[in-house]
Design a protein around this ligand. Structure first.
Ligand code: NAD
Length: 502
């Protein structure tokens, strides 16, 4: 790690020279918080060792971000020029998207085709979408006393923003947070997840080349309890935006109160998918499968509670299991026909297995899966068979707690009222899905579900133009769309007296 770069050859043969430092003031420097060694979840081998940031490094990065925030080169830059830099960065990432996707697959375990065609497309469209917004962020004029007084509003950036992100969509989560923050003119200190530190370092190489002034974007790999905590508690940070578990979100909220930081939290979920007996059964089973088994089940909005009208429970279950059998090929994430790669880490793998035990111990019935998959490669790696439990009651842990793996429960309901009550019987409120051919019922149920998002006859739709976020303990605030700008700007009211004499 002496020259802060390492030459790698990925499992797909791609040669990659990866920076290994922390990125402050447009330069890679050695971090003082020890190192992070990233493990390939497919075969448990070591991929690379990178620097972690100490609390002192956090302080250095915050000073750089503060200086950049106050510097005319950024503060006085027009929105159009800011947008142009963002477009340029997106173009540079676009030219390297195969390498970025390779790093995300290698580090995270997600299928390469998904990393390339879904995650990287989302990264690019998100940065470009917000680049387009950069010169369209403006206030309004409010006539107060006509002819004598009026007021206008200014939309101003919040300041230095800490962004703490998870490992399930390493680059996409970075883009969701950087896009609106930069469009609004903030400066950023980002902490990626320690489980997936690599792709963002490759992306950071192009920040200077794109034209961002030094200190506007700082990237600090590091551990949650050290680097993450140093960010949440720093007195010169104005905002913290976080995606991850509800427990960590609560801890960050508490820590961030030290200087009353503005916060946005996107936390856990136990999202319901409601199947009414008038649905298109074949399509419903396919969407239900995608809703929980894609991305190895590691999606905060995963529809992990499948609630089925009792009249079609048996038929649905049969169809659902058939889709799993024919679609969910578990294997090497670099193989083209793989649907499901390994869980991201040993810890997550063991967590999913512990919930399989909890389901069995609580008396639920294993309908399929429930075991590690050991016949991939040489038997190492964190692979788990897609798992479905039936015979589940609402008080069971597998009904109430977020598992974050290829794991769902299928539970019958009697009536629409029953379905809504069961769907809302959770501390979470992130995603939700309704399958029915009855248009009135679809909208009636969508209105009553306690969730930030509802999919009608679909699951997991996400679009950069559409607000994303949760209610209850699934979070505070919204990302994406125009709503995402609200999280990174503040409104100043300026009152003007043009002729009222006292
Ligand atoms: P986590 O919430 O602990 O970590 C998310 C991010 O927060 C990481 O960057 C981590 O380093 C940082 N962090 C951890 N502790 C911190 C602290 N005290 N102060 C500041 N930052 C801190 O999530 P995890 O341990 O990676 O995963 C655990 C569970 O979280 C998963 O099983 C899943 O249920 C949930 N999760 C949810 C999402 C989501 O998108 N909602 C994403 C990842 C994980």
């Amino acid at each position: 790690m002496a020259d802060l770069k390492v030459d790698l050859i990925a499992p797909n043969g791609r040669k990659i020279t990866l920076p290994t430092g922390i990125f402050i003031n447009n330069e890679f420097v050695k971090g003082n918080g020890g190192t992070i060694t990233s493990i390939n979840p497919t075969d448990e081998s070591e991929i690379a060792t990178v620097s972690a940031a100490s609390a002192d490094d956090v302080d250095t990065a915050v000073k750089a971000a503060r200086k950049a925030f106050n510097d005319p080169s950024w503060r006085e830059m027009s929105g159009t020029d800011r947008g142009a830099i963002m477009f340029k960065w997106a173009d540079l990432l676009d030219a390297n998207k195969e390498t970025l996707a390779t790093l995300d697959t290698w580090d995270n375990g997600k299928p390469y085709q998904v990393a390339l065609n879904e995650d990287l497309n989302e990264v690019l469209s998100c940065i470009r979408y917000y680049a387009g917004w950069a010169d369209k962020i403006q206030g309004e004029t409010i006539p107060t006393t006509p002819g004598k007084k009026f007021a206008y509003t200014l939309k101003q950036p919040i300041g230095v923003c800490a962004q703490i992100i998870p490992w399930n969509y390493p680059l996409a989560m970075a883009a969701w947070k950087l896009g609106p923050a930069l469009a609004c003119g903030n400066t950023v200190v980002m902490k990626p997840a320690e489980q997936t530190p690599l792709s963002i370092l490759f992306a950071a190489q192009f920040i200077k080349e794109a034209g961002f002034p030094p200190g506007v974007i700082n990237i600090l790999n590091g551990y949650g309890k050290e680097t993450g905590h140093a960010l949440a508690s720093h007195l010169d940070i104005d905002k913290v935006a976080f995606t991850g578990s509800t427990a960590t979100g609560k801890a960050i909220m508490k820590t961030a109160s030290v200087n009353m930081k503005n916060i946005t939290l996107e936390t856990g979920g136990k999202s319901p998918l409601l199947v009414f007996d008038d649905c298109d059964l074949e399509q419903t089973a396919k969407w239900a499968h995608l809703g929980i088994m894609s991305n190895q089940g590691q999606i905060c909005t995963a529809t992990s509670r499948v609630l089925v009208q009792e009249t079609i429970m048996d038929k649905f279950l049969e169809e659902f299991k058939e889709v799993i059998k024919t679609t969910s090929k578990v294997g090497d994430p670099f193989a083209d026909d793989t649907y499901q790669g390994p869980q991201v880490t040993k810890q997550q793998y063991e967590r999913v297995l512990s919930y399989i035990e909890a389901g069995k111990n609580d008396g639920a019935t294993l309908a399929t899966g429930g075991v590690p998959k050991k016949d991939v490669g040489d038997g190492k790696g964190f692979f788990i068979e897609p798992t479905v439990f039936t015979g589940v009651t609402e008080d069971m842990r597998v009904y109430q707690e977020e598992v974050f793996g290829p794991f769902c429960v299928v539970v019958p309901f009697k009536s629409e009222e029953d379905a809504i009550r069961m769907a809302n019987n959770t501390t979470y409120g992130l995603g939700s899905a309704v399958f029915t051919q009855d248009v009135n019922r679809a909208h009636r149920v969508a209105d009553r579900i306690e969730a930030g998002m509802v999919w009608i006859n679909s699951s997991q739709d996400s679009d950069v133009r559409v607000p994303f976020g949760g209610v209850k303990q699934s979070g505070i605030g919204r990302e994406l769309g125009e709503a995402g700008l609200a999280a990174y700007s503040q409104t100043k009211a300026v009152h003007v007296n043009i002729g009222l004499k006292l």
